[in-house]
Design a protein around this ligand. Sequence first.
Ligand code: ZN
Length: 69
Amino acid sequence: MKAKKKDMNNEQEKTSLWLPCPKCGARSKIKIYEDTVLLHFPLYCTKCKKETKLGVIKFKIVVSDEPDA
Ligand SMILES: [Zn+2]
C-alpha cells in the first residue's frame, strides 16, 4: 500500500481562480485572488440564472443568502 500524502498539489491555483457558482459549480467570470475579499457579493450565475450573495476571503467561499430578504 502506498502512502499518499494529500497536501496542496494545485500550486497554480493558489494565485487566482474563477469564482464558481456555489449552487451549480459553474465557473463565473469573476476572478479572485488569494487576497481578494468579498462581502455579500451578488454573484450572478448564467447557468442557474440566479443571483447568489456570497462572501470570499482567502479563497474560502461563504454563501450569505438571506432566506427572507
Ligand atoms: Zn449556478
